[in-house]
Each structure stands twice: as C-alpha cells, then as structure tokens.
Write a protein that binds this ligand. Sequence first.
Ligand code: MSP
Length: 527
Amino acid sequence: MSDSSFYVTTPIYYVNDAPHIGHGYTTVMGDVLTRWHRQRGEDVWYLTGTDEHGQKVLRKAQQNGVAPQDWVDRLVETEWKPLLELLDVANDDFIRTTEARHEAGAQAFWQDLHERGAVYKGGFSGWYSVSGEEFVGDDDVRDGEGDDEGQKVSALDGSRVEYVTEENYFFPLSKYQDQLLALYEERPDFIQPESARNEIVAFVKRGLKDLSISRSTFDWGIQVPWDHEHVMYVWIEALLNYVTAAGYGVDQEKFDRLWPASIHLVGKDIARFHAVIWPAMLMAAGQPVPHRVFAHGWLLVGGQKMSKSKANGIRPDELVSVFGSDAYRYYFSRALTFGSDGSISYEDMHARYHAELANGFGNLASRVAAMVGKYFDGALPAAGESTDAEQRIIDVVAKAVADADAAIEAVAPQDAVAAVWRIVEELNGYITEQAPWAVAKADPDDPRLATILVTATEGLRALAVLLNPVMPKAALALWGSLGAEPTLGALADQRIDGVASWGQLPVGATITKVPSLFPRIETPEAS
Ligand code: MSP
C-alpha cells in the first residue's frame, strides 16, 4: 500500500464520438477532488484518457471511411483533449490506449498472467454487444422491437447483440469469487456508494463465469504477446490503462509511488468491470487492488439517461459557452448527489446561476471590495474590537472547512459545496445586519466600519481558497482583488487546514474592484 500519493482516475472514454456532459461529469468531479486534495498538501496524480481500440470505435471509423488510427487521432485532438481545457481540468496525465507506453505495459501484464498460468485457451460461443463492448449472457438476450425488429438485443442496455463463435483466451474469473467476496467484506469501502456495493456483492454471490479476454476476428487492438492471431478484449486492455499510465513494467519507481490507485471514479454502468473483473485480474497478477472504486449515477435529461444514441446528448460546450466553465463546474458539483442519478436542466442551471452565483457569491464579493474602496481607498484597514457577530463568522468558517473536508473525504462534492456555501449565506446576512453603509453615514470614523469590512474581507479570503477546487477562475480573480498574493502567496498553495485561521490579510492589503464574476445572462435559451 502506498501512502505517498493520492492517485485519482476517470474511466478512459471511447472515442467513437465527441464527448457529452456525462463524460464531462466524471472528469470535473475528479478534478474537484484532485484540486481539493492538492490544497490539503497531498501529492496528487490525476489521470484521464481515451479508450481507442475495440469494435465500437473500429466500426465508427469504417462507417466514416477513415482508418481507425486516423479517426482516433482526429477525435482525440479535436474533441477529447480540448474538453479538458474547456472544463478547466488540471489532469497530470492523459493516456491514449494507442500509445506505445500502453501497448508495452499491457503486453507486459498479459505476459505475466500467461507465465503465472492465469489464462487459458478455449472455445467461445455467445452473444456480444458491440455498443456495450461486452458479452451478454443468454438469459439477458431478448427479441428486438421497433427498429430492432428481427434482431436480438441486450436486456442490460437495449443494444443489439451478435452471435460470436471464436477460439479465445479466457481468464478464470470464476476462481476469484471467494477472494472477491473476502475483499468486499474486509474493505467495506472498496466499492462505494452502498447501493453499488450491494449490487456488486449480490452479483458475485450469484457466481462468476470465466471471461473470454481475446478476439481473433478483427485486429484493431493490442496483440496478445505470445499469439499474434489474437488481440486483447477491449475492456481487459482498457482497465490496464490505470497501471500502464502509472509506469507498470517500464518505470518501477513511478509505479511504486502511484499504485495502488486511491480512487477509480466510474459511472455505475461500468462498476462491475472495475469492482469485479479488475481486482480479480490484479489478484491474478499478484498486484495490490485499488483503494476504492466510486460509482456515480447517471445524468438524466427529461427523466432519461442522457446518451448520444437517445439524441438527448448535450455537449459540454453548449453549456460552457453560455455559463462559463466555473458555473458549469459549480452546477454539476452542487446540484447533483455524486453516487445517485440526478436530473439536470437548462432552467435549473440558469436559476442557480443567478440566485447562487451572481446574486449570492458574485454580488457579495463585489460589494465588499467596493466598500473597502469607497471607505478606505482600497487599503484594508486594521480591525477594531470583535463582537459576537464577528465571532460567529469565524466559527461558521471553521465549521464549514471541517464539514467540507469531511465531505470530500466521503466523495460527496455536493456536501462540500453546500458546507462552503454557508459562509456565503452567513456573510450576506452579516453585511445586511451590520449595514456598514449606515455605520459610515452615522460616523465615518467609527471603528466598527473597519471591523465589519475586515471581517467580510477575511471571509472572502476563506471563500477564494475553499472555492478554488470548484471554480478556479472566479477564485483566482477574487484572490487577485483581495491583494492576497504578495503576502500569502499563490492561491493554489493555500492549504485547506489553514483557511480558518483568522486575520491573514495584512493591514494595508490592496483591495481592488472585483471583476464581474458571473454576469447576468439575460436571454435564457430553450433547453
Ligand atoms: N471505455 C469505457 C471505460 C473504460 S475504463 C477502463 C467506457 N467509456 S464510455 O465513454 O462509454 O463511458 C465512460 C463513462 O461515461 C462511464 O463512466 C459512463 O458511466 C459515463 N457516462 C456515460 N453517459 C452518462 C450519463 N448520462 N451520466 C453520467 N455518466 C455517464 O465505458
């Protein structure tokens, strides 16, 4: 077990198409966790990437009359890498499964399994879903209806299945049933949340079948090292990205630092691959299993799982171009419960943008900075004596920090943002109650004026640090307005555990006008 790093991963995404907000969801949540853990002072490594082999991608390239390598190269460069910039994602690495480092690592892993006698050759006949890239048991195959009339479909996700008869390599998954159940028992948080855990445990208890792990009817994949007639089954190859990107087989020092992963973030539809097949493969290879697999829910649009094939797929740039990347990140962090399905809508996003970001937070920041400008020429004054009202702010901030940190530990970003938001609400209430403008009007030399504005400004300092993982652009703009950098250093270097210590901004700090963080969006588009 490695304590030296916090290694976070997203699934690697199929490059059969452009990204939609379901992909953006996992990636942004991973980034929020990453940035928070960095501000805890941890050595964080955030990996994302693309899954480029397999029949699904191959067929899509063929349909477009393009060689698969050209297809994936184009899509990765024009769609998938730009997504990270669009959503302001600070990943440390991006793995493509067509890269030489992945191929070398995946082959080394297979070779090791082979030498340990952990794979065998056998005949395979059964149903395969290309769209799901998975084998479908006979019990889960149905007659298609409507457009699928005359075809067989998978009961798991409604996709068409094809009958395959091949000579394949197999992984003896059935042998790992007891070891897997022991793992879930000994490490109850290995698979989270509870709903996903229960489903996985029940699934494994029903018994596991050996898994066909190679294909020999097409060649868009990584060759099995000892038998070039076969390419690796795309899932088995894809799961290996988590170790190949960490240096498996090529950079032992890096691998020792990163592996086992701290957390694999996955959608619930792919939890089984990560919580059953993946740990079994690692066990077979004598490698430690990841610390946890966290399965999040689906984004629902109009009550249905959002997906490209249902034509309710929304592209991230459709939202970012209207609301900006910070508001996008905020909305998905705050409005959904990570781990459950959740409905999203343009109207909800629009409403929260104005109520919470523009009026709640943006307005608070600009009002406070403007008052320091107006009453103190933009130089932070020295605070006078504190009263209960100031102490309350200090206490609220301390509690928010503790609660938010605990929420991040529990992989509940929505609770972390809600905890931080109590500071926004409390500060807004404080300013309304204390009415600094009235104090100034009654007596411009009343020391209360400085005390109130210093307290509010310190509250903004705390907010800049705590919101940086969620809204890095707005937090940085605020940090700049608070004149914090010269004495406190870069925003990204501010530690979570130091936020609550009060009075960090020095007397005389230059407070400047806060740029409009969340300008009003006057014309809501129809969703
Ligand atoms: N390539 C595999 C993963 C291999 S990981 C070793 C794959 N790719 S995917 O592009 O189809 O899906 C990637 C992720 O997107 C999955 O975690 C899936 O749950 C997620 N989402 C796809 N549609 C989604 C929603 N509507 N809502 C939330 N996430 C969803 O599977």
